[in-house]
Design a protein around this ligand. Structure first.
Ligand code: 3PG
Length: 213
């Protein structure tokens, strides 16, 4: 898959809702209920981070949930890409981007949302054909003013800011012309997942899904 095509597909995923939940799943037994709760609340695109032993099994379970579009986050290596694809992930997200990681995503037909933290990184990704990128870590890198400033010289790139984004600041990111959606973990707090508070998570998802952009 070419980077251009990958970006077309990640743009479609990002356009599904204003927020992509970033999920750290400790127990795959929670995965299906969590995905159902988020989808019911209006957030169909889900990023499951490959940071826990349960992550791949969680992707497998979530991929069966009607209406869900499940991706794998925290992709660092070729092995991660292959495992994510095999588990049923339909897109991938990385905190950054290396040549080997991009090669692996392109070879495995896994649309990648690659991460950038500086204009040079965004430009290098654009040069390769990635027009949709993750701005990470968003708040620690200067947040809204930084991303707004990138928009003037690099208007061709649409960003999904992630890292420190929450209901309280998501609106200001979504108002930027170069933001396609935001990513965040606030819609699935670990304590609510552990407690099985699916109604509460659906409510958080609905609040996030109602954010204007
Ligand atoms: C992450 O990599 O954990 C994401 O950027 C989520 O960040 P958040 O927990 O600040 O939303």
């Amino acid at each position: 898959m070419t980077p251009d095509h990958a970006s077309e597909l990640t743009a479609r995923v990002c356009a599904l809702a204003p927020v992509v939940p970033v999920l750290v799943i400790d127990d795959a037994a929670h995965a299906a209920s969590l995905a159902q709760a988020l989808v019911a609340g209006g957030l169909p695109a889900l990023e499951v981070t490959l940071r826990t032993p349960a992550a791949l099994e969680a992707i497998r379970e979530m991929a069966k949930v009607p209406g869900g579009v499940v991706g794998a986050g925290t992709l660092l290596t070729e092995k991660d890409v292959e495992a994510a694809k095999e588990a049923g992930a339909t897109f991938g997200v990385s905190p950054g981007a290396t040549r080997r990681l991009m090669d692996a995503c392109e070879a495995n037909d896994l649309p990648l949302l690659p991460g950038a933290a500086t204009p040079s990184e965004a430009m290098a990704l654009l040069e390769r054909g990635y027009t949709v990128q993750k701005f990470f870590p968003a708040e620690a890198n200067g947040g809204v003013p930084t991303l707004k400033a990138w928009g003037a010289p690099i208007p061709q790139v649409q960003f999904c800011p992630t890292g420190g984004v929450s209901l309280s600041n998501a609106l200001t990111y979504l108002a930027l012309s170069n933001v396609i959606c935001v990513g965040g973990s606030w819609v699935a707090p670990a304590a609510m997942v552990r407690a099985g508070d699916w109604a509460g998570i659906s409510k958080l998802a609905a609040e996030a899904a109602a954010l204007p952009r």
